[in-house]
Design a protein around this ligand. Sequence first.
Ligand code: NAD
Ligand code: HSO
Ligand code: ZN
Length: 441
Amino acid sequence: MSDTTLNLAERCFVWSELDTAQQQALLQRPTQKVSAALTQSVNEIVESVRQQGDAAVLRLTQKFDCPDLTELRYPAERIAAQVQQLAPETKAAIDTAYGTIRRFHEAQQPQAISVETAPGIECQMRYAPLSAVGLYVPGGTAVLPSTALMLGIPAQIAGCQRVVLVSPPDANGDLAPAILYAAQKCGITEIYRCGGAQAIAALAYGTESIAKVNKIFGPGNSYVTAAKQMVSQDPQGAAIDMPAGPSELLVIADADANPAFVAADLLSQAEHGSDSQVVLLSPAASQIEAVKNELYQQLSSLSRADIARQALANSALIEVADLAEAVAISQDYAPEHLSVQTANADALAEQLTHAGSLFIGPYTPESGGDYATGTNHVLPTYGFANTVSSLGLLDFYRRYTSQRATRDGLAGLAQAIVGLAEAEGLDAHARAVTIRLEQDI
Ligand SMILES: NC(=O)c1ccc[n+]([C@@H]2O[C@H](COP(=O)([O-])OP(=O)(O)OC[C@H]3O[C@@H](n4cnc5c(N)ncnc54)[C@H](O)[C@@H]3O)[C@@H](O)[C@H]2O)c1
Ligand SMILES: N[C@H](CO)Cc1c[nH]c[nH+]1
Ligand SMILES: [Zn+2]
């Protein structure tokens, strides 16, 4: 079995036969290769929205998504009419996913703490929901109502005061009924029809019709991700959740893994976008050969075969010396999704700490986490999973501290505070303590 436009034999490698530069080049993310051009084009879009507001957002939305759109805000009556059209089976699927995702996120409620750190000194850690959040639901090549749930549910549980959803409209100026139903379940009514870097700029800086938010959440293509990173560097812009760009999956499979399962998982992420990347690491040459054949076979029946094919051209099937080498490569690559299909999957997973989300064992397809296991599918890409956390309820809160000292408590700590202030040569810091203790109250 083969494919006329994809030669997977060219994407098969033996790790030990590559030098360090080749190993690095092999695992470079596709969008990182064009970052200079991308940055320039995103910068132009963000600047035009800052200067021209709604006019720029509308012009760019007309260019990329809907030529006749004249109003960004999605009217409530049109939302209601769209939701009516939703098929009952899709509604039921959304209802089930809403339940599992809500259950997992409700269990993440932060607990305020209060600790007496020294006699008469009380320190608290408190949490406040973010007041205005913007949720980006991708809609370029596929509409993703599941992302509306992943973002809307934690915002709803946290109790954020203002929750705004943006998503690119179709050519008729509509959003998919499933996105609107998911938004409705999450209590979101402020919805705008725009996408890409222009939507991110509008959320970050505000326009005539879209008021600015404090933090922007959600995945997107490389334009969206670059725009998020750009606005988050600007004190007048907005905070962001994380760089959640084109989808990635790394699978570690031993000789006994089922190659049909492995190939299906790889294709599930390859079909997201031509800039997605999937990687297989296996110590068994026979497994790599079998997965390669399965990929050809399964690819031919996919509706998005062309996209998956392009993603596979940026991907790699790599033979490693052993599972220890697979762990080392995976830790270095830090994939968004990591599937472990080996005999000792649970034990191996303990060592795999650099991944957005782990999928352990043969019956845990990556797509389960995309939709309905309950974990959040908004995850760090580009290797940021070595430091950046996966999206969770806490991201919708701000954590801050408070403290309260009694006079005796302050007296007890005075020597430490004054001693450190003197060591740093900061007299006023010391005086703020001594002045209090010199006075009788
Ligand atoms: N990391 C995660 O957690 C996660 C989760 C879900 C989806 N994803 C990823 O999100 C992405 C969604 O991408 P998408 O494209 O389908 O939808 P998208 O909504 O992110 O992007 C569509 C928008 O891109 C803009 N755009 C397209 N071509 C452009 C160009 N040449 N110049 C400037 N702007 C342009 C347009 O404004 C368009 O509205 C996929 O790559 C998918 O893998 C990631
Ligand atoms: N795999 C995507 C994150 O990279 C999430 C998603 C949504 N729908 C299907 N998949
Ligand atoms: Zn997916």
